[in-house]
Design a protein around this ligand. Sequence first.
Ligand SMILES: NC(=O)c1ccc[n+]([C@@H]2O[C@H](COP(=O)([O-])OP(=O)(O)OC[C@H]3O[C@@H](n4cnc5c(N)ncnc54)[C@H](O)[C@@H]3O)[C@@H](O)[C@H]2O)c1
Length: 436
Amino acid sequence: MDLIAKELLDKIRKKTARVGIIGMGYVGLPLAVEFANAGFKVTGLDVDAERIRSLQSGHSHIPDVPSDRVKELLKDGRLNPTTDPAVLKTMDTITICVPTPLRKTKDPDLSYIMSSVEVICRSLRPGQLIILESTTYPGTTNEMVLPELEKAGLKVGKDFFLAFSPERVDPGNKKYTTRNTPKIVGGITPDCTQLACALYEQAIEKVIPVSSTKVAETVKLLENTFRSVNIGLVNEIALMSYKLGIDVWEVIDAAATKPFGFLPFYPGPGIGGHCIPIDPFYLSWKARQIGFEARFIDLAGQVNGRMPEYVVEKISEALNDQGKCLKGSRMLIVGVAYKKDINDVRESPALDIISLLIRRGVEISYHDPFVPVLEVGGVGQRSNDLDVETLSDQDCVVIVTNHSLLDYQRIVKSSKLIMDTRNALKGFDDAHIIRL
Ligand SMILES: NC(=O)c1ccc[n+]([C@@H]2O[C@H](COP(=O)([O-])OP(=O)(O)OC[C@H]3O[C@@H](n4cnc5c(N)ncnc54)[C@H](O)[C@@H]3O)[C@@H](O)[C@H]2O)c1
């Protein structure tokens, strides 16, 4: 190891290294807090001035990060949220946690990563470690980020260091947090890997080095493709079971008693969030560049993407049985976040279901204890109370997200018709409940 690397390693081990994180979202903020908890001075950079102002006043917008903890770290000077990119010059390590969405064409959109890299380039100096955490296709770190960083003449592995380490945040998961979820690290050179591992080892319980940035990038995509394909499979089994008159939920619960060789996945109204609906397409896009067709990924995307329509068809059939139609009916959507007990509505299937129902003339309102305001049909709406009057006033109550704290007893007692897309009403046998 050269002197520059040794000095950085020493700073990391002594926790005197200045840690910078770009992107204070679902991934960046919990990571910043973990490094600060470990004793580092952490700077969190974001382009969203409102988000930074709110963090500076001690308010956390991420439910997994308590505001009280943010306040303590601010007071101790261990967390410094800022919009000023000039701070990057003084950082010893810089971790990029910015969004990686898809374009309308389902092609990867690396613009957030590349604009972060551009800002880093402005002040890149010897002795800095750059780590990309944003989910992306294999080859991004090596083929896109590295050439930009080396443009000014500094050499990777000698002057500065570069690694990829995928984030595995599972928002709302109380058991596995940033701290105790094992972290994969792959560097461009062995020193890059060693330095990035050393950094994460200060704050995260288990760090696993892999042989390259490409392997580290693909690990994340395999994990999320695995979920997408298995959810697609179980959604297809659900549609099939319905036609065959079989209760798919009972089948899954019974199959899950097998202690080996089976992992339960559950059907639902579709997939949401910033990972599962998006990441597999980063992999299939990359595969297409070399003429390889990733058939499982595309098929799972199609099956999962059709679930909101299927939900609407089932509601329509159930209303029809009552001599009603969709047009002019009133519906309350219960739960609009993409999964239970969180406030994130990105790519939520609830949004698709709502727009399909509105297009068919349904009057929509919603209830979600985690989402106080939502744009419904182009108009901002507030979350309704889940009281007896509201429930009994609906032609159908549609449970899209099974938040733990909802009063399901009241929903069952007070609603005329319920579409339960999550088996949230397991154990209730009433005739006015329809399931997937
Ligand atoms: N949310 C998750 O559960 C999750 C889990 C694992 C991995 N990831 C991946 O992590 C990455 C980040 O996701 P997220 O959910 O934290 O996103 P997010 O939208 O919650 O946060 C990203 C933040 O980056 C900021 N930002 C954008 N461009 C910037 C720039 N040029 N400079 C500074 N700040 C900038 C945004 O203002 C925002 O605050 C994505 O690649 C995502 O796929 C997300």
